[in-house]
Design a protein around this ligand. Structure first.
Ligand code: GDP
Ligand code: MG
Length: 337
């Protein structure tokens, strides 16, 4: 046998008890023999026996019977000494390694394809939403903004009772089109109309009358609350621009002040609504969520959509014929298109 010539030292130094202890087989295992059994056990000297011949024959028998075990143990001792592992733990052959590597590569490729498909699906859903909703209380300037954006001209407006929509080409290199939708702000209509258009909303422009803000603050916050707790709006998270209109008037509040006061008002409203949940549902379909983060003072950064504020004037500082100040609004539209 190969091992005989390979490691003589191992054979010479072999100690069956040491070997069996190391490999966990004897003396407690099924092969263990007690001296009084009289037979040749695999290990032990047998010298403790009461009769001499038994000792002698036992030794011979043990010597003969133990050859196989001796051989096996020596192989294992040799292996242990050489630092190699037993045959069952031998490293995988090259073919198996290559197969495992191939399987891993296929799994990774599949994962990448699935991730790409999901991303494409999300993008296609997003690009299918082309509507920019103009929302806000009555008289905030939505219709004049709508007309100004589309024609650049001033027009005397009347309180709208129905929605108007038109295609608007944004002012960027891509010259993309979005559909501007001017929604009447009357209380009896606004939630119904929001329900109809919210699924298509790519973005929302919420128009505030910066002159009447102090007086209308509660109503503004209430309408905003209804929009911002709507489940569909929260899920799609369309970018929101709060357009602080009528900045041509000296008494107009700044966008910074409007933001601070709205955050405070929305925070108060949140507490009031959570104390009486049925009094102000987020939408007419009854699918409302909590506003912002629980246990924290509300601010717009807690919302899932990006919220920005801009100051604008649909009328223009030089009177009715003057050019409107819509730069911030137009830039924002160019970004979200
Ligand atoms: N001074 C001033 N008046 C504005 C401005 N935008 C709208 N208005 C006036 O506010 C009133 C209501 O405007 P409108 O567009 O009908 O509001 P809507 O109800 O939100 O559609 C009209 O008399 C507009 O001329 C603005 O930027 N500055
Ligand atoms: Mg209008």
């Amino acid at each position: 046998m190969g091992w005989v010539g390979r490691d003589k030292g191992a054979r010479r130094n072999y100690n069956p008890q040491e070997a069996s202890g190391r490999f966990g087989r004897r003396p407690g295992g099924p092969c263990a023999r007690r001296p009084e059994d009289g037979g040749g056990g695999g290990g032990g000297s047998g010298g403790e026996s009461r009769e001499g011949h038994v000792v002698a024959s036992g030794t011979v028998a043990r010597a003969a019977g133990g050859v196989a075990l001796f051989a096996m143990d020596t192989v294992q001792v040799t292996a242990a000494r050489e630092g190699s592992r037993p045959p069952q733990d031998a490293p995988l052959p090259d073919q198996d390694v290559a197969r495992v590597q191939l399987l891993i590569s296929v799994a990774v490729a599949l994962l990448v394809v699935v991730a790409l498909l999901i991303w494409k699906f999300i993008q296609s859903r997003k690009s299918s939403r082309r509507a920019v909703l103009l929302l806000g209380l009555c008289g905030s300037g939505k219709t004049l903004l709508f007309v100004r954006l589309l024609t650049g001209n001033f027009r005397n407006t009347q309180t709208s009772i129905t929605d108007s929509s038109a295609s608007y080409r944004v002012k960027n290199d891509k010259r993309m089109n979005v559909t501007l939708i001017d929604l009447p702000g009357h209380e009896s209509l606004r939630l119904q109309l929001l329900d109809r258009f919210k699924v298509a909303a790519r973005a929302i422009v919420f128009v505030v009358d910066s002159v009447a803000f102090q007086r209308e603050m509660k109503d503004v916050a209430e309408f905003l609350y209804q929009i911002l707790t709507d489940n569909t709006v929260l899920r799609n998270a369309p970018p929101l621009l709060i357009a602080c209109n009528k900045q041509d008037v000296t008494m107009a509040k700044s966008s910074k002040l409007i933001q601070q006061q709205l955050e405070r008002e929305l925070n108060t409203l949140r507490v009031t609504v959570s104390a009486a949940p049925s009094t102000m549902d987020g939408s007419s379909s009854g699918s409302a969520s909590q506003l912002g983060r629980k246990g924290k003072e509300f601010d717009f950064s807690q919302l899932p959509m990006k919220v920005e504020f801009v100051e604008c004037s649909a009328k223009g500082s030089k009177g009715e014929e003057g050019s409107a100040d819509l730069e911030g609004l137009e830039k924002w539209l160019a970004r979200i298109a």
